[in-house]
Design a protein around this ligand. Structure first.
Ligand code: HPA
Length: 235
């Protein structure tokens, strides 16, 4: 048991998929895994362990935002000896060339978060994905013809309802493709604990065009992303 995860030692697999929404964790377990057990219900932040093509894997909700994700990622790394975490989430597109339902493999994650500022005493750290996971996810994504995939920078913001959305313009001018709320802290923590991490996001809304996906569309592209993540981590 750790402070926020009610699982006994050994109940969590070395490789973890991490959606923000705990009900997405259940959906992944129900639709993709065999021999599933639920190891965590503390705070409703569901966690499951099962097998995918014979490989043991866990799925753990992170909640929204970097402080919440950091609690679960830290406990998985330090108390359950988890070796790799792939975030499977959603993001908002910031540039016209990226379309609704596209998949983004986040090679790096910029942030406005106070978490990195506190950790690095005001210096700018560049949180990046594990290259092996990124390359494996890229190969898995390129092998399918049902998703358009981008590899590049995303921005992990602390505020979904930001009072200054125009601040993203400078980020876009420097190659940032999309915005979400978790990847940067995940990459920083993986580096700190010498573990592997990657964030894969499907585009659920478009900040340039104002378009949004329907719940059914989100489920469909979410499934493709989960398969890419499982293949990258375990294939
Ligand atoms: N902003 C921040 N996080 C998000 C968004 C967004 O527009 N869409 C999905 N996650």
């Amino acid at each position: 048991m750790s402070t926020h995860i009610g699982a006994p030692a050994g109940a969590i697999a070395p490789h973890v998929l991490m959606p923000g929404d705990p009900l997405r964790a259940k959906w992944i377990a129900d639709n993709f895994l065999d021999e599933v057990t639920c190891y965590n219900e503390v705070r409703g932040m569901l966690g499951f362990t099962g097998t995918w093509q014979g490989h043991r894997v866990s799925v753990q909700g992170s909640g929204m935002g970097q402080p919440s994700l950091a609690i679960y990622a830290t406990e998985l790394f330090t108390e359950y000896d988890v070796q790799s975490i792939i975030r499977v989430g959603s993001c908002g597109a910031l540039v016209p060339k990226v379309g609704l339902r596209d998949v983004i493999l986040a090679s790096g994650a910029c942030t406005d978060s106070g978490m990195n500022r506190l950790r690095f005493h005001g210096l700018d750290y560049a949180p990046v994905a594990d290259f092996g996971l990124l390359r494996a996810a890229y190969d898995a994504a390129m092998a399918r013809d049902d998703v358009t995939t981008w590899t590049g920078l995303i921005f992990s913001g602390d505020q979904f309802y930001t009072p200054r959305p125009e601040l993203m313009e400078t980020m876009v001018e420097h190659g940032v493709l999309a915005i979400e709320m978790e990847a940067s802290a995940l990459y920083t923590l993986a580096a700190k604990h010498d573990r592997r991490a990657l964030a894969i996001c499907t585009v659920s809304d478009h900040l340039v065009t104002g378009e949004e996906t329907s719940a059914q569309e989100r489920e469909q592209t979410f499934g493709a992303m989960v398969e890419i993540a499982l293949t990258a981590g375990l294939g």
